[in-house]
Every structure is written in structure tokens, then in C-alpha cells.
Design a protein around this ligand. Structure first.
Ligand code: SF4
Length: 363
């Protein structure tokens, strides 16, 4: 069994670090997916622990019993919006039979818990949703279903988008993964022109997934030299920027709400949270997009101030063991990582256009 709530190890760079997952893998089975192709760690049995969630909420909200060292409990106590489906889709076809998302959402609703769902579905099945508590981020990579054979046809997803909007939900479009020459940026923006927010994030590869990467790169006409190791393998930032810049100009000219979710380009967003401020009820105060928008060289003290008492929480266990460096608390992690240019915990991780040689001539 697995727990439906986890704090993401990306808490420094994500305004919604509480991940809500109702399934461990995903029957949409997209070719580029992390959830289905991750080879790190043991395979976890695919049953969500529903009772654990009820007990956790009773402890925190009914009994006000919050362990001051527990990061998850403290973030829940602050009522940070949950991010549903960051790992695997909550509205994947298995939901029709298994109804895990329905059971989890019923408990969340009893506690007025806000949830932003990321999904590629065109159906909410029997999950009890309401615009007062829930919002959506529909993720779209291309308009023809390339590399996503089991995902509903784009026309169905457009209808779903319209239905949600008509029912009063806030709906953003997450253009992810952006794949050069495959993702039709203009067509996606045209099609969903009344979206409440646009987020864009490029394809990433898990370095350990060698066989899968090889197959995928062949399918999209890229090679490993097009990618740079930044924890995960990312397209070179110069190349991403070259594709994004006209888009950003368009968003700016038309007053459209947008974010760049690539970890090294967060500063480019015109929203505090990558998922879109309008789509969420409450985000953390200490994540980097928000701080970068205030000051591109924000200090460690600024982070610690914004963390407040959360700095004392235990965050051992959020990282794989070789990345903990004997740090135990959130503050220790920040102190260790903030000065490191190669860590997304540092403002120096951001890529600015004047920083590197243009690779575009060779692209
Ligand atoms: S819908 Fe999302 S979680 Fe599911 S296979 Fe596709 S990318 Fe993975």
C-alpha cells in the first residue's frame, strides 16, 4: 500500500509541494512518462491507503494534533492546496472500476481540502468535485496524440475543457512535455484560448532509463547530445528559450497569465506559482518562483524567513539516501544547497540568456 499524500523533494521549487496520488502508475501509458518508466527504487504495490488519509486528517484538523517536526502535517495545517496527479493521473481509465480517486476526494471534501488536479483525461468519472474546492490543469503535449496512444482524442479533451469552464471550474493548460517540432504551441494556445493560465515545461529524461530514453529519442528525432544533465536530462536552456521567447512575447502582449515550469527558467513566469496563481487556493511562501519574482538574488535569510517554523521540520526521507548529505531539517538542507550553483535550491541555478554560449548555431 502507498500513502496518498507526500511532500515532494522539490519543495524548494514548487509552490504546491503536497502531492496527492491515488494511483502509482498510469494506464494512459504515454511514451514520455516518468510514472511508468521510472526505474529508480522498488515497485510499490498499487493500492492507496485510504484509511491512513482519514486518520491523518482527523489528527490534524479534528484534534489539532500537529507534530512540529513533520513537514507534511505542518503544510497541511497551513492549508496548502494539494496537487493531485503529479505522479500519475487521478482520472485515468482505471478510476471507472477502482474508484480510488473518488474515495480519497470524498475524505478531502469532508475537510474542505483544496485540490488542483493535473490530468490528461476527458472524464471525472464519479469523483465528487466542485469549483469551490477543485481546479484543473489539463496537460497537452501535442494535438495529434503522438506518443500518447491511450490518452483521449484531443477533440474529447477540448469538449472536457469547455464543460469544466462552463461549470465554473478554473482550468489551466500545462503544455508538457514540450517537444521541439512536435508540440504545436500556436495550435494549442488557439484551441484553449480562454484557459485561466498556461504553463510550459519541456521534456525531461531520467538518466537511469537508458533503454527507454533511446527509444524515445528515436521517436522524437533528437539525440542525447541535445540534452544537458541537470539532475534529470533537460534540453539545453538556450534551445528551450529560443522556442519559448515568441510565446512569452505573445502572452505578455495579450495579458495572458503564464509560467515557465523548467526549473532553471522559473524567473520568467508572470505568476508566483508554476501551476498558475488563479488555479490555487494557497501556495507556500518560500518556493523559488515567488522569491525570484521579488529578487533574482534572494538571500538564504529570505528563504528562512519565509519558511518560518517550517524550517525546523524534518525532511530526511524526501530524498534518496545519497542526496541527504547528513542533513535532517529543512533549514539544514537549504544551508547546504543554497550556495551550490548546480542545485535548484540555489537562485544561481537559474539560467539567464547572457550566461552561456549560444548553441543555436549548431542546433
Ligand atoms: S497521463 Fe500523465 S501520468 Fe499518465 S502516462 Fe501520461 S504522462 Fe504519465
Amino acid at each position: 500500500m502507498f500513502y496518498p499524500l507526500n511532500v515532494s523533494s522539490k519543495f524548494a521549487i514548487c509552490g504546491l509541494p503536497i502531492r496527492l496520488d491515488t494511483y502509482k502508475d498510469c494506464s494512459f501509458n504515454c511514451e514520455y512518462c516518468f510514472a511508468n518508466h521510472r526505474v529508480i527504487g522498488a515497485k510499490v504495490e498499487d493500492t492507496v491507503n485510504i484509511k491512513w488519509l482519514r486518520n491523518k486528517f482527523e489528527k490534524i484538523y479534528d484534534h489539532k494534533d500537529i507534530n512540529k517536526k513533520d513537514f507534511l502535517e505542518n503544510l497541511l495545517a497551513e492549508r496548502i492546496t494539494l496537487h493531485g496527479g503529479g505522479q500519475s493521473d487521478c482520472f485515468q481509465p482505471r478510476e471507472k472500476q477502482l474508484q480510488y480517486t473518488k474515495k480519497i476526494v470524498e475524505i478531502c471534501n469532508d475537510y474542505d481540502q483544496h485540490i488542483l488536479f493535473s490530468t490528461k483525461s476527458a472524464n471525472i468519472y464519479e469523483v465528487p468535485l466542485t469549483p469551490e474546492l477543485h481546479s484543473f490543469q489539463l496537460s497537452v503535449s501535442n494535438m495529434v496524440g503522438y506518443l500518447e496512444d491511450n490518452v483521449p482524442h484531443i477533440q474529447e479533451r477540448i469538449r472536457f475543457f469547455d464543460q469544466l469552464k462552463n461549470q465554473g471550474y478554473k482550468v489551466g493548460i500545462r503544455i508538457q512535455p514540450f517537444i521541439p517540432e512536435i508540440t504545436e504551441l500556436e495550435a494549442i494556445i488557439d484551441c484553449f484560448s480562454d484557459a485561466d493560465h498556461f504553463t510550459i515545461e519541456s521534456l525531461k529524461l531520467v538518466p537511469q532509463n537508458v533503454k527507454h530514453n533511446h527509444r524515445l529519442l528515436e521517436a522524437i528525432g533528437l539525440c542525447s547530445e541535445d540534452f544537458k544533465q541537470m539532475g534529470l536530462l533537460n534540453l539545453y536552456p538556450e534551445v528551450r528559450l529560443w522556442y519559448y521567447e515568441p510565446l512569452i512575447e505573445y502572452f505578455e502582449d495579450h495579458g495572458i497569465s503564464y509560467s515557465i515550469a523548467d526549473n532553471d527558467l522559473h524567473y520568467l513566469s508572470n505568476n508566483n506559482c508554476c501551476c498558475g496563481d488563479k488555479l490555487i487556493h494557497r501556495q507556500t511562501q518560500f518556493h523559488n518562483t515567488r522569491l525570484l519574482r521579488q529578487d533574482r538574488n534572494y538571500s538564504l535569510e529570505t528563504v528562512l524567513d519565509n519558511l518560518g517554523e517550517l524550517r525546523h521540520c524534518n525532511c530526511r526521507g524526501l530524498f534518496t539516501s545519497n542526496r541527504t548529505n547528513n542533513c535532517t531539517t529543512v533549514e539544514e538542507f537549504y544551508r547546504e544547497r543554497y550556495p551550490k550553483k548546480r542545485s535548484p535550491f540555489s537562485p544561481q541555478f537559474q539560467y539567464y540568456e547572457d550566461m552561456g554560449q549560444m548553441r543555436l548555431d549548431n542546433y
